[in-house]
Write a protein that binds this ligand. Structure first.
Ligand code: FES
Length: 161
């Protein structure tokens, strides 16, 4: 296995595992930590986590494919998440997503993660971001934006170029 985890992250992961009565219970925490470090969860990372938790790789793989917040391929430098659940759908999420895709040369009809050719931005639909009263809502990395007009979307892209 060629996958290598930095010492600092290894220490953090070992500490996390000890917090749980059963190693397996730390699975999601480890997946988040690995994705945070590498930007996605590779097959090698899945095998590494499985080994760490004394599980079979399929036990970790099924979590990665079940939860939409885990990525199996690298994303762009900035990740734009557009909420598509009911309030945001009614509030213009499709128009907002389409606008971002047009600006970045991406397919406005795709729902999964897409990355611009220059690798600067990835765009994806996500489910409710828990601010339904201020639709449409989106995130750029860890920054949260409410009531996003197309002009505001342009400003967000501009600020992260
Ligand atoms: S529906 Fe978009 S934040 Fe809840």
């Amino acid at each position: 296995m060629s996958f290598s985890v930095p010492k600092k992250l290894q220490t953090e992961i070992n500490r996390t595992i000890k917090k749980y009565p059963e190693k397996r219970s730390a699975s999601l925490m480890l997946l988040h930590a690995v994705q945070e470090e590498f930007g996605y969860v590779s097959n090698e990372a899945i095998e590494w986590i499985a080994d760490k938790l004394e599980l079979q790789p399929i036990n970790v793989y099924e979590l990665v494919t079940f939860y939409p917040m885990f990525r199996q391929a690298p994303a762009g430098k900035h990740v734009l998440k557009v909420c598509r659940t009911l309030s945001c759908a009614l509030g213009g999420a499709k128009t907002l997503h389409g606008h971002l895709c047009n600006k970045l040369g991406l397919d406005r009809n795709a729902h999964g993660l897409q990355t611009s050719k220059d690798g600067q931005f990835s765009v994806e639909y996500v489910e409710c971001l828990a601010s339904c009263g201020t639709a449409p809502v989106m995130m750029c990395d860890d920054d949260f934006f409410e009531g996003v007009s197309l002009e505001k979307a342009d400003e967000i892209l501009e600020a992260n170029q």
